[in-house]
Design a protein around this ligand. Structure first.
Ligand SMILES: Cc1ncc(C[n+]2csc(CCOP(=O)(O)OP(=O)(O)O)c2C)c(N)n1
Ligand SMILES: [Mg+2]
Length: 372
């Protein structure tokens, strides 16, 4: 059974349509695809392939540490990207340093690949920061909870750099559920009409909390793109090679002024929606096990081992790096100091503002024990 033919009742939850592009099979075998103009060359790109595997493993370690820290009361919440590492790491590796990505709340693997220190990311979920990193420094926007809003921001930013004459490009990440928001529709209208340099990267992970994909669309998402007037590609989102190659192609295309591209990455959220959710209440029996067999990291490990691109010593070294990262994250999170509450007024506007100043004064008075 192929991934593209899955309906929910046959496990997987995806509407049938064009077969997703897959360059790396679950058994670790790499294949060509006639529609991929820039295939990844396994020999020339061995460093890149190892780097992407390393990033997937380390991003997963950040994720599992964060979940454990929430369970022990150190974080208020965590939104796991477990299972979605290939979609995120492959697409992020296709970006230039000067490109810009706009994430939801689940792109912690993209954050990792953009050089964001996970300690900043976890501070957001501990409530010790309202941001956690400098978006401009990393070309990576702040996490966005309001579904779909970052897609509008991405298109607005893309239209801005287009007017600046830059050939940088933008990725707008969003989920299948967010695709039902008006903001995403409006963003696509602007992007296509303006030929904005933006790639819409929809991680279709089958669920919007407990709402299955069938509640969002009657057709594969990729088919919607034609209605806006942009090309669309479906990829196996658990295949880091497909994610890299197709996003590379898409970014190069949008840079040239040819207008936006839509990528539907078919993947699966193997964890809970957030640590506040219990997926056993809505997931059909067997679905998680099915997707565990398609794990993006396992298949890349098989590939690296079978081609000789990495050996036991390399994997052991990576495991040690992951352990050290986990230790560093735990120490930083547990040792994090609460910020001065007054700081929240610092970044509301770039310039001083009378209303903010008034609130700030009242707040200062309240926390120092004065009357409000
Ligand atoms: C405008 C808006 N409506 C509702 C919510 C509540 N909400 C948070 S996440 C979520 C589901 C999103 O699903 P999807 O876009 O598929 O992303 P995923 O969580 O699967 O990565 C909902 C309904 C929200 N954050 N913003
Ligand atoms: Mg989803």
């Amino acid at each position: 059974m192929t991934q593209g033919s899955h309906m929910r009742d046959s496990l997987g939850g995806f509407l049938p349509g064009d077969e997703p592009i897959r360059l790396l099979a679950p058994d670790g075998t790499a294949t060509d695809h006639p529609l991929v103009p820039q295939p990844v060359d396994p020999i020339d790109d061995a460093d890149l392939l190892r780097a992407m595997y390393r990033d997937m493993v380390l991003a997963r370690r950040v994720d599992t540490e964060a979940t454990a820290l929430q369970r022990t009361g150190e974080l208020g919440l965590w939104s796991s990207c477990l299972g979605q590492e290939a979609a995120q790491i492959g697409s992020a590796h296709a970006m230039r340093a000067t490109d810009f990505a706009f994430p939801t709340y689940r792109e912690s693997a993209v954050a990792w690949a953009r050089g964001v220190d996970p300690v900043g990311l976890l501070g957001l979920y501990r409530g010790t920061t309202h941001g956690g990193w400098d978006p401009v420094e990393h070309g990576f926007g702040l996490f966005t909870i309001v579904l779909g809003s970052q897609v509008l921001h991405a298109v607005g930013y893309a239209m801005g750099i287009q007017r600046d004459g830059s050939d940088d490009a933008v990725i707008a990440y969003y989920g299948d559920g967010a695709g039902s928001e008006g903001d995403v529709h409006e963003a696509m209208v602007f992007a296509t009409v303006e030929a904005a340099p933006v790639v819409f990267f929809c991680q279709n992970n089958g669920w919007a909390i407990s709402e299955p994909i069938e509640r969002q669309t009657r057709v594969p998402f990729a088919q919607r793109a034609a209605g806006y007037g942009m090309p669309a590609v479906r990829i196996d989102g658990n295949d880091v090679l497909a994610s890299l190659a197709v996003t590379r192609w898409a970014l190069e295309r949008v840079r040239t002024g040819s207008g936006p591209v839509f990528i539907e990455a078919i993947t699966y959220r193997m964890g809970a929606h957030t640590t506040s959710d219990d997926p056993t209440r809505y997931r059909p029996a067997g679905e998680l096990e099915h997707w565990a067999g398609l794990d993006p990291i396992d298949r890349m490990e098989r590939y690296l081992r079978s081609t000789g691109a990495a050996d036991d010593a390399w994997f052991a070294e990576l495991e040690a790096q992951a352990d050290a990262l986990g230790e560093r994250i735990r120490a930083h999170v547990r040792g994090a100091q609460d910020p001065d509450p007054i700081e929240m007024f610092d970044h509301v506007y770039a310039e001083p503002h009378a209303d903010v100043q008034r609130d700030r004064t009242r707040w200062e008075s309240m926390i120092s024990g004065g009357a409000a």
